[in-house]
Design a protein around this ligand. Structure first.
Ligand SMILES: Cc1ncc(COP(=O)(O)O)c(C=O)c1O
Length: 453
């Protein structure tokens, strides 16, 4: 039986009524990408208020790698409710916070002693990673990348690249943030071509240190191993090793922001593992919580211990519900083989979309690292002019036909897949069929090339 069940026009009457109440009661800032309202969700599907059932390719923006209401997560939460909800870890500590820190220390691809602290969200994790790097190095500056997304708080918004909607109107920004191009080869900021470029973008940091900022004032380089909101861009294999060398040379802390790419999304616990490099600090959030809010910073113990006692924390940081949910989510990933599943999903995606690429000229590039997959839509394969309107239309077609998706990219022309890794092959194919029908709907099919054989 198909998972997708569409029973009403989309959005249905109950969703429409709730969205109208939302518009009246809530400001425009927290915007909606789909106008369908959730009533229930399980594994890889969501049911709306009108009884329509969707496959969830957004996963609450990458927070549900272990699935909606993963049974272990649900059980852990029910058991915790019977015990206590909030006591504040800084007042009367509890075991689940410690156990979760131990687990992340064991998983993080960093050698030597490690420590982990928890906070409430991804942005707070990034804020804390920068505070820790500054306390350790006693330096102020941070290098961030074009097309990076690190959050919406003052410092993380300053680290984020995209102007509209994340920065426009919100100046002044936090000082001492310096931005350099990422290795976005399909749209190289230096108009070079990989591999003949010899990863000029990474090497060019030496020039930044001559012309823009003194490396002896740089506390950290923060980078996503795969750009998330920036369009699921996978850098070439040399990019992170060069960043690592530069950090070693100048005593700079390398922060791998794994908030979207971590916790099994790319087929490894952390995406940086694909690049054979050890970062100094790793930020986590999203799928770590199995659906509950939590953020974390894991890193070399010596660096993590730099801030004085009381310098880090927050009232609800690492709250018990989130910690037990996170432990259960990590156990689910481990015991249910979701790392391997992520790789399989990625392969299935690439195979299918490469097939589409031959038929639909609108697909400019297919990108994937494990289950972190996307395709970029263009008006013209040569000019690579972004097809942002078609991308928006494709996302609309998808939810109207039972697949919840979210777009990405600074140019708004990337369709990304953040499906819960518990999705079955049948469900995955069902959703991909909808996306393909959507592509036909929004584009003109490439005429088959006449065969002269
Ligand atoms: C790489 C990355 N860093 C930081 C954040 C911010 O996380 P949050 O939305 O939980 O504050 C996000 C959110 O999408 C992200 O993808």
């Amino acid at each position: 039986m198909k998972t997708i069940q569409i029973r009403t026009e989309i959005p249905g009457p109950k969703s429409r009524a709730l969205v109208a109440r939302k518009d009246a009661a809530i400001p425009r800032g927290p915007a909606l990408v789909t106008p369908v309202c959730a009533a229930k969700a399980e594994a890889a599907w969501i049911e709306d208020l009108d009884g329509n059932r969707y496959l969830d390719f957004a996963g609450g923006i990458g927070c549900l790698n272990s699935g909606h209401r993963a049974p272990r997560v649900e059980k852990a939460l029910r058991e915790q409710v019977e015990k206590f909800l909030h006591v504040c870890f800084g007042v009367t500590p509890y075991e689940s916070y410690v156990a979760l820190a131990e687990k992340l220390n064991a998983l993080a691809p960093i050698s030597g002693p490690k420590k982990t602290m928890f906070i409430n969200s991804g942005a707070e994790a990034v804020e804390n990673a920068i505070k820790i790097a500054r306390a350790y190095t006693k330096r102020p500056a941070v290098i961030a990348f074009e097309d990076a997304f690190h959050g919406r708080t003052l410092l993380t918004m300053s680290l984020t690249s995209k102007i509209v909607p994340y920065k426009a109107g919100f100046a002044p920004f936090a000082p001492e943030v310096y931005r350099v191009p990422y290795a976005y080869c399909y749209r190289c900021s230096y108009s070079k071509t990989y591999p003949s470029c010899e990863v000029y973008c990474a090497k060019h940091l030496e020039d930044t240190f001559r012309r823009v900022v003194d490396p002896n004032t740089v506390a950290a380089i923060i980078a996503e191993p795969v750009l998330g909101e920036g369009g699921f861009v996978v850098p070439p294999k040399e990019f992170f090793p060069i960043l690592r060398q530069i950090c070693n040379k100048y005593g700079i802390v390398l922060i791998s922001d794994e908030i979207q790419s971590g916790i099994a999304r790319t087929g490894t616990w952390f995406a940086i593992e694909h690049f054979g490099v050890e970062p100094d600090l790793i930020t986590t959030a999203k799928s770590m919580g199995g659906g509950l809010p939590i953020g974390g910073v894991t890193g070399r113990a010596e660096i993590m211990d730099a801030p004085d006692p009381g310098g880090l924390g927050s009232t609800f940081a690492g709250n018990p519900m989130s910690c037990v949910a996170a432990l259960a989510a990590l156990e689910t990933i481990e015991k249910d083989g979701l790392l391997e599943r992520s790789t399989v999903i990625g392969k299935r995606f690439v195979e299918r979309v490469n097939g589409w690429k031959k038929k639909y000229s609108v697909i400019g590039e297919v990108r994937a690292l494990g289950g972190m997959c996307a395709f970029e839509l263009v008006k013209d394969a040569e000019t690579r002019e972004p097809a942002s309107a078609a991308t928006k239309e494709l996302a609309k077609y998808a939810y109207e036909h039972g697949v919840i998706t979210i777009t990405a990219g600074t140019l708004g022309n990337v369709m990304r897949i953040l499906v819960p890794l518990v999705v079955t092959d049948e469900q995955f194919d069902e959703a991909m069929d909808v996306l393909e029908a959507g592509l036909t709907h929004v584009t003109v099919k490439k005429e088959p090339v006449a065969s002269h054989a």
